[in-house]
Design a protein around this ligand. Structure first.
Ligand SMILES: CC(=O)SCCNC(=O)CCNC(=O)[C@H](O)C(C)(C)COP(=O)(O)OP(=O)(O)OC[C@H]1O[C@@H](n2cnc3c(N)ncnc32)[C@H](O)[C@@H]1OP(=O)(O)O
Length: 408
């Protein structure tokens, strides 16, 4: 059976949202539902219909995302949901194929998403492209290494987040291009970031902010909540849940982390950060950073040649890549990628390939996390010219490592 697919209009929003709520098993507060609606780009929604009933949905955010060396329009895939009554009948597969065709038509060469489960998206050509470390730091063991930067001209300012929103937005906009995976925030996204109703707090108190600044202006900020507690002997044992810490320079960064780690009445700081977060280098006793690793962004190259031309490369490379892609067949052919530090070219060729790889492998490597070597060592890539994969992996790797930091 086929399920016709089309975008919804605003009047169909309740039925669209209901499929999402049913599939995820969540019951949003009316204000959360309002924020979800405000972020929705109706012309980029897709709904699959069984008769009059919507049974599957997805949507796209038109993001401007940082990739190595550039910022690109990227399709941020979201709200993927199929009703339990219609699961495993191919509804998601139809939605994904239609969505990828639409993204191509729109001229975006890259799609990205956060996966609810790791097994869903590989079949559609998405590869795990960024990772996050979720960690807990024992604040009493959080001294920095000697030589951590200090700048006496910096001072801290405590403020209510809503009162300093323009300053937070300006600082974020100034740093967003530094790390692949980060994306520019539209006003509706900022409204969600700063949302502070009781249900946003998850029992951890109001959203708070500390700004780092000098006479020239704001150089960084931390956004966090504090869950106060005292242990059974009366010793303060609070937890600070760091939502975001952004800084324009290392001294502001170090000062903000110190302000978070030295917070009175707090014994643990919890945070989700990039795997190469500079705080790891700053901590003298790195083992006190008790971490869990998890995949974060998944990336799909919708137009391989355009996507590979649009990013920058860390080293020169000249390699013929045979791409396997049965979902977007226009990608499935041999491409010659020639890149150096000034630019890249990716042309269709008939030559013998140096390497054959599934499109998901290129998606994994695209933001710079360097996962091609890992796949080669796992025996998952076919290398025809010795050393070709490592040369490609080196050229596609990037510092800093990719991380989006905010779910879309
Ligand atoms: C970016 C995001 O929004 S991530 C959010 C994803 N959504 C959720 O997790 C909400 C709950 N889950 C759902 O709504 C649905 O189960 C979905 C959307 C994950 C899958 O929808 P379905 O319509 O059942 O998928 P569909 O029938 O097209 O499955 C296609 C293939 O994927 C497989 N598949 C689908 N979901 C999963 C899964 N969760 N784990 C493993 N395999 C899966 C199917 O077995 C099928 O495999 P086959 O081609 O070998 O037979």
């Amino acid at each position: 059976m086929t399920y016709p697919i089309r975008p919804i209009d605003e009047s169909e929003w309740p039925a669209f949202a209901r499929v999402n709520e049913e599939a995820f098993g969540w019951t949003p507060h009316p204000k959360q539902a309002e924020r979800f609606k405000a972020q929705t780009e109706f012309d980029r929604t897709l709904a699959a219909f069984d008769g009059e009933q919507i049974v599957g949905v997805t949507g796209v955010f038109s993001l401007t995302m940082t990739v190595p060396g550039r910022q690109l329009p990227v399709a941020g895939v979201t709200a993927v949901s199929v009703l339990a009554s219609h699961r495993r009948r191919g509804v998601l597969s139809s939605l994904m194929r239609r969505q990828l065709a639409d993204i191509r038509e729109r001229g975006e060469s890259v799609a990205a998403l956060y996966a609810s489960e790791a097994l869903i998206y590989g079949r559609y050509g998405y590869g795990r492209a960024a990772a996050e470390l979720s960690f807990k730091v024992d604040t009493h063991r959080s001294a920095f290494v000697p030589g951590a930067p200090q700048d006496p001209s910096l001072r801290l300012r405590v403020a209510k987040p809503a009162d300093v929103r323009p300053e937070l937005e300006t600082l974020f906009a100034a740093v967003v291009a530094r790390r692949p995976g980060r994306y520019e925030r539209k006003p509706e996204f900022w409204t969600s970031v700063l949302a502070d109703e009781e249900y946003d707090q998850h029992g951890a108190g109001s959203l708070r902010t500390v700004l780092a600044e000098d006479d020239g202006g704001v150089r960084g900020y931390a956004l966090f909540r504090i869950k106060s507690s005292w242990d059974e002997t009366g010793v303060p044992d609070g937890t600070l849940k760091l939502q975001e810490l952004e800084a324009a320079d290392p001294a502001a960064y170090a000062l903000l982390w110190r302000s978070v780690l030295d917070r009175d009445l707090v014994s643990t700081v919890e945070a989700g950060r990039p795997v190469d977060d500079p705080v790891i280098a700053l901590l003298a006793d790195q083992r006190r950073l008790r971490a869990r690793w998890a995949d974060e962004l998944w990336v799909r190259l919708v137009e391989v040649d355009k996507a590979l031309t649009e990013r920058a490369y860390a080293a020169p490379v000249d390699v013929v890549i045979e791409v396997e892609d049965d979902v977007c067949p226009w990608n499935a052919r041999r491409w010659r990628l020639t890149a150096d530090l000034t630019g890249a070219e990716c042309k269709p060729v008939e030559e013998e390939p140096d390497v054959t790889l599934p499109v998901a492998a290129l998606g994994s490597a695209y933001l710079g996390d360097g996962m091609l070597g890992e796949r080669l060592d796992a025996g998952l890539l076919r290398e025809h010219s010795s050393g070709a994969v490592r040369r490609l992996a080196t050229a596609m790797s990037w510092s800093p490592k990719p991380w989006a930091g905010l779910t879309f």
